[in-house]
Design a protein around this ligand. Structure first.
Ligand code: NAP
Length: 339
């Protein structure tokens, strides 16, 4: 049976927005991008030329409520996410909101409460590592019991240079949020305490963060370690490693060939996050559009978006106090009990 066509509206046409638009328009069979909005209308106008029959909007609210838009993708900056997602829920439309779900715990709570009030799942959060083949293989191996009970999660997230000194809050809420989510997802356990250590971009700029380490304790007593490097100096690399009672599992993410020449052995590393996670972004969109078409659900939820922000908030507190911080206990509502 042919899948129902999903008419998608996209808000925010920057790096990830245009990538998602091209996936939806060119690589996924049952989706059509019918509406695009960006504060810089030239961005929207430029990309609709690639999407047959698409319209450019000047207002996000008008796009969300347009009867020709079945579902919405939010790829505008972090601080817009909560309000735009709430507007989608008010219009009763499925929405894929890029991470983070909000920039603070209170706004994320409003979103999951509003979704719960609709009585059905409408929100997916863009934690696309759930769809990344190397991460999925690790998850599968854990679930199959290959290394027994997990004892330690290790996540390394090495970026290329951002071109500016990043504030600690940005590194935690915009970058480490991915690793916090991965830790919860792969360990299948909630985080109970965090301890943050960081190296500033410059000793005189105390609120900046060049390198971040987060020590984790999970509710069942297992441990975790997250490293986020704001400028690796060599490329873009994300890996996870799980040490269990019976062994260890690690992602293999270098797909380029190994070249031996002139007494050297070398293998190139991606320099772009879009290239590294291309398969994950495509698979995420395929899965989301399928869920929208069938009325099913899958992928990271608003609850995941909320809990990751609760943990991120404790990380921000730990940075301020210099001490380990307990993560408040939040219990998953029945509404989110089926993933
Ligand atoms: P970007 O390149 O700066 O793109 C954002 C676009 O949204 C820009 O064109 C911006 O215009 C526009 N914009 C700003 N305010 C807006 C508003 N109120 N309504 C509509 N459009 C607005 O950023 P990006 O890297 O694509 O990131 C976008 C979002 O995706 C961020 O929340 C980021 O955290 C998330 N993200 C997720 C992943 C992932 O792996 N899941 C990867 C990358 C990004 P101006 O430039 O004129 O402000």
């Amino acid at each position: 049976m042919k899948d129902r066509e999903i008419r998608v509206g996209v808000i925010g046409v920057g790096k990830i927005g245009s990538h998602h638009i091209r996936n939806l328009a060119q690589r996924i069979s049952n989706t059509r991008v019918v509406a695009v909005m960006d504060v810089d209308q030239a961005n929207a106008d430029a990309i609709i030329a690639e999407c047959h029959g698409s319209k450019s909007f000047t207002s996000a609210d008008t796009l969300i409520t347009d009867p020709d838009v079945d579902a919405v993708v939010i790829t505008a900056p972090d601080q817009t996410h909560a309000e735009l997602t709430l507007a989608c829920l008010k219009a009763n439309k499925p929405v894929l909101c890029e991470k983070p779900l909000a920039t603070n715990v209170e706004d994320a709570e409003r979103v999951f409460q509003a979704e719960t009030a609709t009585g059905h799942r409408l929100v997916q959060v863009g934690f696309m590592r759930n769809f990344d083949p190397p991460h999925r293989k690790v998850k599968h191996a854990i679930t199959e019991g290959e290394v027994g009970q997990p004892l330690l999660f290790r996540g390394t997230h090495y970026n290329t240079n951002f071109g500016y000194d990043r504030h600690i809050d940005e590194v935690i809420v915009n970058s480490a949020i991915h690793d916090i989510h991965s830790a919860r997802w792969l360990m299948d356990e909630e985080i109970s305490s965090v301890y943050v250590q960081s190296v500033a971009s410059d000793v005189s700029k105390t609120n900046t963060c060049r390198f971040l380490v987060i020590h984790l304790t999970f509710r069942n007593g297992s441990l975790g370690l997250i490293e986020v490097n704001s400028d690796s100096g060599y490329g873009y690399e994300v890996n996870v490693e799980i040490t269990g009672e019976l062994g260890q599992i690690r992602t293999t993410t270098l797909s380029n060939p190994i070249v031996r020449r002139s007494g050297n052995r070398r293998q190139s590393i991606e320099t772009s996050w879009l290239a590294r996670f291309d398969a994950a972004y495509l698979s995420e969109m395929q899965s989301w559009s399928q869920a929208v078409a069938t009325g099913g659900f899958g992928g990271p939820t608003a609850w995941d978006g909320y809990v990751s922000l609760v943990v991120a908030n404790s990380c921000k507190r730990s940075f301020q106090t210099g001490q380990p911080e307990t993560v408040p206990i939040v219990n998953r509502p029945e509404f989110y009990s089926h993933q």
